[in-house]
Design a protein around this ligand. Sequence first.
Ligand SMILES: [Zn+2]
Length: 137
Amino acid sequence: MNKLNSAIKFHGHLGPWLVMGLLLGEYGLKKIKAKKYFGLKVDAKLPYRKPVSCFVDGLQLSSGCTLGKRNIKVINSRNIEIKLTNLIKRNHIILGIDDEILRRLKNLKTHDESEDFADKIYRMKPQTLFKILRKVS
Ligand SMILES: [Zn+2]
């Protein structure tokens, strides 16, 4: 099973915010040269309500930081800022979502529209989807 299908199986449905979380975690880990699961932590600032909160499931799957292990923290906030910290190398990155992508996410109306957009962003480059707000190495 590919990672998108396992994410859908875990989360229960395909949604664009789930996919955004999946891709952001992957991208962020690469940027801070961290491995999944241990030796890193995630602080996720976002509006903690559906559908945006679906992001947290994708992020847990891709970063391996989970609520159960307590190495991910969710902070309810107006804007979206995801901080990933490599605890071994002591570096971190703060990522946000590209303005145009965010605008399109907010304008999704129907279920079908959301699924189509989820498929679409899954095939997009992370540099198009996310912006680096801060990087400390
Ligand atoms: Zn969802």
